[in-house]
Ligand binder design. Sequence first.
Ligand SMILES: [Zn+2]
Length: 292
Amino acid sequence: MIIKYGKLAVAAATVIALLFSAVPSRSAAEAAPQQQSKQNAAVKAKQKSRPQQKRGQKQKQRQRRRPAAQKVDMSWVSLHKQYPNAFLLNGPRNLKRVALTFDDAPDPRVTPQILDVLSRYRICATFFVVGERASKHPDLVRRIISEGHIIGNHSYNHPVFSKLPLSKVQHQIWQTDGVIKRIAGVTPLLIRPPYGELLPQQIRWSKGSGYTIVNWDVDSEDWRRNPSSARVLANIRKTLQPGSIILQHAGGGEGQSLDGTIHALPVLIESLQGKGYEIVTLPELLGKRAYR
Ligand SMILES: [Zn+2]
């Protein structure tokens, strides 16, 4: 076999890059629609000062990584170790149970279709709601609740929490709590920060205020380049295991298609059930209360 050293060097560089970005790479994950392009624009602006030769493929890879330059020791795994009950990535590994979670709800183009599929299979899921969207589509929020699903807080307008002072993060959470309370009469205790990003002091505040931060250990990557249902399913299978929390989206930005997610959902549910998994909500999976 002929090994091309050029390729080998690229492969080695990729492995090193992946090692250092293992957890951070999930940050861009979960990018909400309209904010994802904003985020990329911000990263692009930052990169403008870089030499011309560094552009191209490597630049594209960087854009998909963590928006703020955070150290590896701030990774989710170490945050979970530091705050085992306040910052969660998965449920117990000894039970064949998983939770479906849908971010960036509600969106009239996507959320009703997701709800229709879940209803057909009598499955309950957890929807992380963006306050600004909820105030525009209150009926959808009420439908989510009335069909037995759980609602969590996903900020008011989807900023990167790790770039905000605590006071602004608190405002994002409280404002969304207020919207959900007015519409549905409940106040969520589960928070998912946009992009999964947040700082230790923000976790400490959340914990002290009775909230639980819930990220994920399975990323469907349905936010990335309008993937096919086959791609979404393949992405989920990569890291799925007992106790997994699966990230998908029930809302998108302009020009974004979540058809892959919608079409993958029946196949995913049947496949999970066929393997003996029980699909539960986050409060069930984690043994946490959903609302105050
Ligand atoms: Zn989001």
